[in-house]
Design a protein. Structure first.
Lengths: 104, 130
């Protein structure tokens, strides 16, 4: 990543394991989490992008990623590490929507 | 800290207004003040200016209020309700040009992050065809 000198840029990825993927309710959770960080937070279905602003509920909902997709996150700016970690934790936790015995 | 922008849902149908509000509550939670007005004073389909004013007042804060409406009369009656508010509040109540259900969820999501009234409207209106 070449995102400017001294700019903290963090990328990570995780598979969507909750039943509905990045549907309406998970999108809202992701957006609200992203908004709690001051740094830029973006998501994509590919390491090459296109990157979508994770703080925009409309754009996140349009990603329409089904279960099994790999969600990439890219955070840059102050607090980027914590932001990327938090987003990945939310995804790995299935957005809190894992039904019993569904962890895989 | 300033309160979050409040959301008002105005539908001709009390069931739609209530159902859309249920979706917002479930998807966004309780961090945004939310009210709805649906139906005419007799319980039929329609909208009621007095009920809209009451809904706006119930979620009012200095941060302002975003209104989501369905068909034409809901919009004109909402605009009339805004005009009947005290003068210092009129400028901080906006009717969003967005689909009522999706717009309410998206507006509440945006508002829950502490965004300004203008940002809440802009985000909800991203849903409408450009």
């Amino acid at each position: 990543m070449k995102d400017g000198d001294g700019m903290e840029v963090v990328t990570d990825r995780a598979e969507l394991t909750n039943a509905v993927g990045l549907h309406a309710r998970p999108s809202v959770k992701l957006t609200r989490l992203a908004k709690s960080f001051a740094c830029s937070v973006e998501i994509s279905l590919s390491a090459e992008g296109p990157w979508v602003d994770a703080k925009s509920p409309v754009k996140v909902m349009r990603v329409r990623a089904p279960r099994g997709s790999v969600l990439h996150v890219r955070a840059s700016g102050a607090g980027a590490i914590a932001a990327a970690e938090a987003v990945m934790a939310l995804v790995r936790d299935g957005f809190g929507e894992h039904e019993g015995g569904d962890h895989g | 800290m300033l309160a979050n922008v409040g959301i008002v849902i105005v539908s001709h149908s009390p069931k739609i207004a209530e159902g859309a509000a249920d979706m917002v509550r479930q998807m966004v939670g309780d961090s945004v003040k939310l009210a709805y007005a649906g139906g005419d004073p007799d319980g039929g389909l329609g909208t009621d200016v007095a009920a809209i004013i009451a809904a706006i007042e119930s979620v009012w804060s200095e941060a302002g209020v975003a209104i989501l409406v369905d068909l034409g009369g809901a919009e004109t009656n909402s605009e009339m309700a805004v005009e009947l508010l005290p003068e210092d509040r009129r400028g901080r109540v906006l009717v969003c040009n967005a689909p009522i259900v999706e717009g309410a969820v998206i507006a509440a999501t945006e508002a829950s992050g502490g965004s300004s009234l203008e940002a809440v409207r802009r985000t909800a209106e991203e849903l409408s065809p450009q």
